[in-house]
Structures are given as C-alpha cells and as structure tokens.
Ligand binder design. Structure first.
Ligand SMILES: [Zn+2]
Length: 504
C-alpha cells in the first residue's frame, strides 16, 4: 500500500539550480556534523539511561543532557521556567493488594473480575446505582447524573463516553469521569468491562504501579475507582434498568507517591523585530518506556532495556540539531525548543505544557513535532498532518534540500496525528504537524523495533539520521521565516479552535 508521491517538477527546477540553493547550503543546518548527531543519539539511547522512563533517573539524565546542550548553544530560559526546566508533577499509584465488591448477590475479588485501581475503602455498605456513561458535557448539555442521587453510593458506568467507546476514548475519559462521580458525592466509580480486548491484558497493564498527572488543587481524588468484569447471571441487567442494589466495598493496600519530572525548554529570539513576538514551538518527547515489564514488550535477561533509539532519541536528536542550527543564525520568528516528558504515558508532558504554556498560546503560531515508531524507507521523511496546515511546500523544500522525499500521512489506520505531542497543541487551535523518520506503512520492519528491546543505537542508519536532522531543522527555519503564519485548512477538525485562539 505504498503511496507514490507527486513530486512537483517546478520545485526540482528551482532547487536544482540558481543562487537560492547555493545560499541555503551555507545555512548552519547544512553544516551540522553527522558525528555530532550520532553522539547525541548514542548518549540518549544508551543502556545506562535505562529506557528513559518518566520519573526515573535515566529520564532525568536525558533531560539534563538536553538542557546542557541548550545552554551550550546559547538558548535562553523561557519566562516562568526554572532555568531550562518546566517541572511537571506526576503521581505514581499502586492498586490495592486486596479488594472485594459485592453487588446484589454477586461477589467480586481483586484480580478475579475486579480491578480497583485507586483508593482504600474500609467496609463501605451502601447502594449501587447505574449512571449510563457517567458523563457530562457542557457544550452539548448532556448530563448522565441529571435527576440521579448518587451521594454516598457506588456508581457503575459503561466504558467511554456517549460519543466514543474506542480504547483511546475509554482511556482518556477515565479521569474526568472519576472527578464527575466525586463531585456528585459518590463513594466509588466502577466501570463495566465491556471492551474488545482480553481482560487479562487490561488487568496486567493496570495492575502495577502507574504514573499519571498529579491531580491539581484541593479536589484530589479520594473516591475508589476501578473496573469490573461482570459474571454471567449477575444482577447488572436489573441495575441498568434502574433497580437499586445493595452493595459492599472494601479495599486495602492502595498507595500513591509524588514523582516529579520535567519538560526542557529554551528560547531562540527571532531576528525580525516585526515578527519576533510570534513563536514556533518545536517539540520532541525524550522519555521512553523503561526496562523489563514496564517496557510492555518481550524482553530477556540478556536485554531488558527498551533503548528507544527511534522512539524518540531520533526526534530528540533532531530537536537538538534544530536548536543548534537556529541559534547560530536565528530565523525571523522566535523559536521555543521544547523537549517533553511523559509522552509514553499518554502525551502528558505536552498536555501539561498546553495547560501551563511558557509562551502565550495565542503568540504560538505553529507546533512542529518530531516523533516516530521507526523507519522503513530512508529515501523519505514522513509528514503526519500533511495537507492540513498550509505548510506542505515548506516541508517539501526542507526535505528535498537534503535529498529526502516527503511521504504524506503514513499508516492512516494508526491514527498517528492523535498519538503524538502535536495533538496537545492542535487541540488548543495551534496549527501542528508531526515529522517522522521515513515510514511508509506500519509494516514488519517497523514492528521489529517499535517499543521493543531491539531498538538499540547500533541498529540506526546514521547517514540517514544526519539528513533527517538537517531536514527537520530546515523545515523549522522555513516555517519561522515565512511571511504569513500557517493556518488550518478549511474544514479541518481544529479550524474552529484555531479561529477562537487567534480571534479571527
Ligand atoms: Zn512510543
């Protein structure tokens, strides 16, 4: 299913000849040395960094390394940051070791059809109430709690939201649903396990220490939260019909601890007095999944480190390459170089940034992200979000200059645009795309390394890394230099958010 690329002939003619091409060859990104790129990657993906898992020492060392490079290149700390760091507070929670839930006449035990993830409960005796999806939405006015008294009760709900029940929706709606139940006075929220994948996968994914964003403010979660796989002949049908059932809940052994991490940010001041108050934010996540069973894939005693050379030491290296080239000769607009943490936990570092921006979002005219599962064709650079922000000609120009072609929107079935940090900016209305190493489809070659212990630095094509970094830096420069700022294509799902953000 390789998509053949339409290569504009006109551009070939322009870029192949003339002064413009010669001048642009002298820009700092053309001078970036392969050995420097290789050194960055070999450091960031080294075994000693233990898979850069958020909140662990290897992750902090990677952050320190990136901050040190920013300092060496002469970047400036962003306003409101602590040096080159923006602290992001995470919380690690360990599910209760024991839990028991009785609903009507049916009893469930922790691990056996029941997975309480959060909260200790000391023998609560109350009623269970069914609350549809346990969802409310200000925009549409939908409210599953309308006319329902859940105070002091255990609330059971369907997974996801009324609009979406795909795994992503199920996962991302959990926090809001918990807070909704809590704000209505429930003592526990239990979601019914009606998902397509096996309960055993779900259980082993969540029944260990999990990291999430630390809840902010006083309404820190205190209710019990978990999932229930219904037994046959349970009373759930009656409950769904509105019948109230007696319920009992107890759990113990739940623990939580604070885990600080950080985004790393540095500013390059733009050269044009007219445009330098506008910012392009370039991003790459520097975290990965860690070691052993935390990695989520197969591992052995011989190799248990998920080095994340492709995902995303390549991107972090490209980010450093751009930081260096753009600081040596700044583009017209200012650039915020932002290495984010917590991506593998669900885009958490970039989401935190979008909620607590160091540069006002309305002054942020674009987000150029780099992330990737890997590459299977080194003649390409892949562009996720191609065709959506009016920057296609700039992406092509930057790639072509270093001998790469652009592969637009690979593996559409993977929904990649919504699976990396660019989406945290897009959701706020900021035109955003993600550049990935040359992937043409999510094939065996990609799967061989994606989130595997095999993603070692020795397997990287460093000639390709060099070109990729140069092209990324060049694309960032072209966007920051462009007279007109990028805009969402007409009808894009983020167009409205963009108009609201920039007051158009
Ligand atoms: Zn990943």
């Amino acid at each position: 299913m390789v998509v053949r690329l339409y290569f504009p002939l006109l551009f070939l003619l322009i870029s192949g000849t003339g002064l413009w091409a010669q001048n642009s060859r002298e820009l700092p990104e053309s001078q970036l040395r392969k050995a420097d790129m290789e050194a960055h990657l070999r450091f960031l993906a080294a075994d000693e960094l233990q898979g850069r898992r958020t909140g662990e020492p290897g992750n902090n060392i990677a952050a320190r390394y990136i901050a040190a490079q920013m300092e060496a290149y002469g970047l400036k700390p962003a306003p409101g940051a602590e040096g080159f760091y923006q602290t992001v507070a995470f919380e690690a929670t360990t599910p209760p070791s024991e839990a028991r839930l009785l609903i009507g006449k049916t009893e469930y035990e922790q691990d056996d059809g029941l997975l309480i993830m959060l909260g200790n409960a000391a023998g609560i005796k109350t009623e269970a109430v069914f609350a549809n999806y346990g969802w409310a939405d200000e925009k549409s006015g939908h409210d599953d709690y309308k006319g329902l008294d859940v105070k002091g009760k255990i609330v059971l709900v369907l997974p996801g939201t009324p609009e979406a029940q795909d795994p992503m929706a199920v996962f991302t709606s959990m926090g809001k649903k918990r807070k909704l139940a809590q704000s209505h006075g429930a003592v526990a929220l239990i979601e019914l396990y009606r998902l397509q994948f096996p309960w055993s996968f779900f259980r082993s994914f969540f029944n260990k220490e999990n990291l999430s964003m630390a809840d902010e403010g006083p309404e820190e979660a205190s209710i019990v939260y978990g999932w229930l796989k219904e037994q046959k002949n349970s009373d759930m049908d009656n409950l769904q019909k509105g019948k109230k059932l007696k319920a009992e809940l107890s759990s113990q052994g739940f623990a939580r601890r604070a885990v600080p991490s950080q985004n790393v940010a540095g500013v390059i001041r733009g050269s044009d007095p007219k445009l330098r108050d506008e910012y392009v934010v370039i991003t790459a996540h520097y975290d990965h999944v860690g070691t052993g069973k935390n990695g989520g894939g197969a591992y052995s005693a011989k190799d248990s480190i998920f080095n994340g050379s492709r995902d995303n030491a390549m991107g972090a290296t490209a980010l450093l390459a751009a930081a260096r080239a753009l600081s040596e000769q700044p583009p017209r607009r200012s650039v915020l170089v932002l290495a984010v943490t917590g991506e593998e936990l669900g885009l958490l570092g970039s989401q935190y940034y979008a909620e607590h921006p160091l540069i006002p979002l309305e002054k942020t005219i674009f987000n150029l992200n780099t992330d990737g599962a890997g590459y299977n064709d080194v003649s390409y650079l892949s562009a996720i979000g191609f065709g959506r922000t009016g920057t296609d000609h700039l992406i092509e120009a930057g790639a072509h200059l270093f001998g790469l072609d652009v592969f637009p929107n690979p593996a559409p079935e993977q929904g990649l645009f919504d699976r990396s940090d660019n989406v945290s900016f897009a959701a706020k209305g900021i035109p955003a795309i993600s550049i990935s190493p040359g992937m043409t489809s999510f094939d065996e070659e990609i799967a061989r390394y994606y989130h595997q212990v095999t993603d070692n630095p020795d397997t990287i094509d460093y000639d390709y890394l060099h070109k990729y970094c140069q092209a990324f830096a060049r694309i960032a420069r072209l966007i920051a230099d462009e007279e007109e700022r990028p805009r969402w294509a007409e009808g894009d799902k983020y167009e409205e958010a963009g108009k609201a953000l920039y007051r158009e």
